[in-house]
Write a protein that binds this ligand. Structure first.
Ligand SMILES: Nc1ncnc2c1ncn2[C@@H]1O[C@H](COP(=O)(O)OP(=O)(O)O)[C@@H](O)[C@H]1O
Ligand SMILES: [Mg+2]
Length: 360
């Protein structure tokens, strides 16, 4: 249904985000792209709906090269769900969903009826339709995002870390809901995550990517766990390192690394590394890319979104999640008030786990 043929993407600055990658996504399945931050998942996914064109190679949807399709027309057949749901803040929830059928010519009345049906389908009570997005929880907003992506009944759904910003309990609800929906709808879903557990829960097929946009392994979950193709997949899938134990081990023994955050609202000198920006209450707001000097007061639009946060002493799982989801590879640790405490690396987390295992 979706086929990547030797696609490569090199950005104008020379970054090779995807390296000659071939992959075929079968119709009517959930196929997951998983890998650490920066390994090219978003780039690969956006080639499907032509938000990004490959430097070389081809992407086929339903047998046709997407380059021969008009982007607007192509996108009507492809639902797209992203992390922050991307809802229109000044429209009600119902109208956020109804916008899509109206674009394809439905009357306002028919579009709203369809929207109400979809809200029900994704498990939202009808009265939420009258609210505005900010009046909903993060998990509810993601459900609205899914409803909107389904509104035109597209055969293909692209989902880019849609559940990454919500807490683990809500994330599990959303995953179950997606599996239930998929049972009814049989879409071709391409789902991106950095979370191997999520990949294994949702994916009928899982493609593990590594830095530089290389495909490390493409298999069904059982196969991936039983026969990881190489050391990278072994480490990432974590059979040996007991990844599944992470949820049960607390992070008291995890060493906090020191980092100097940069405050919003002040100029920042150039530096070779990623730096965390914090607000006046020391709450993390995002990451400033390496080599960025800011002569005006630093504002949020200069920042790259920051991945999940790890509350100090929470389960180790959250620490690994934070490290793998941050663009810097440094997981951000916060105190009970959400204030910045320090950073951790994925290696730190694995070392704690090894120690816990070696001790009788
Ligand atoms: N517009 C861009 N210009 C230059 N480099 C980019 C751009 N977008 C992404 N990259 C780089 O390409 C690589 C892959 O990025 P991305 O596809 O967003 O990865 P992922 O979604 O796996 O985190 C990263 O090194 C990222 O910094
Ligand atoms: Mg991404």
């Amino acid at each position: 249904m979706i086929e990547f043929q030797a696609v490569r993407k090199e950005y104008p600055n020379g970054t090779v985000a995807v390296h000659e990658l071939s992959l075929s996504v079968p119709e009517g399945t959930i196929t997951v792209l998983v890998g650490p931050s920066g390994c090219g998942k978003t780039t690969l996914m956006r080639m499907v709906n032509r938000m990004i064109d490959p430097t070389s190679g081809r992407v086929l949807v339903d047998g046709a090269d997407v380059r021969d399709r008009d982007p607007a027309d192509l996108r009507r057949g492809i639902g797209y769900v992203i992390q922050q749901a991307g809802l229109f803040p000044h429209r009600t929830v119902l109208d956020n969903v109804a916008t899509v059928p109206m674009l394809s010519g439905a009357t306002r009345r028919a579009a709203r009826a369809r929207a109400a049906e979809l809200l029900d389908r994704v498990g939202l009570p009808a009265e939420l339709g009258r609210r505005y997005p900010v009046q909903l929880s993060g998990g509810q907003q993601q459900r609205v995002g899914v409803a909107r992506a389904l509104a035109a009944d597209p055969p293909v759904l692209l989902m880019d870390e849609p559940f990454s910003a919500v807490d683990p309990v809500v994330r599990e609800d959303l995953q179950n809901e997606l599996l239930r929906l998929q049972d009814e709808l049989d879409k071709t879903v391409l789902f991106v995550t950095h979370d191997i557990d999520e990949a294994i829960t949702l994916g009928e097929r899982v493609a593990v990517l590594r830095q530089g946009g290389h495909l490390a392994q493409y298999a069904d979950p059982d196969h991936l766990l039983a026969e990881p193709a190489d050391d990278f997949v072994t480490t990432f899938v974590g059979r040996d390192r007991g990844y599944r134990r992470l949820s049960f081990v607390d992070s008291a023994a995890l060493p906090l690394r020191h980092a100097d955050p940069v405050p919003l609202g002040e100029p920042v000198a150039d530096a070779p590394d990623w730096r965390l920006a914090v607000d006046a209450d020391r709450r993390p707001r995002g990451w400033l890319p390496p080599g960025t000097a800011v002569t005006d007061p630093l504002t949020e639009d200069r920042l790259v979104a920051g991945g999940s946060l790890h509350p100090e002493h929470g389960p180790l799982r959250g620490a690994l999640d934070a490290a793998l989801s941050a663009p810097s590879g440094l997981g951000v640790v916060v105190d009970a008030d959400g204030g910045f405490r320090g950073v951790v690396t994925a290696d730190d987390v694995l070392a704690v786990l090894r120690d816990a295992r070696d001790r009788p």
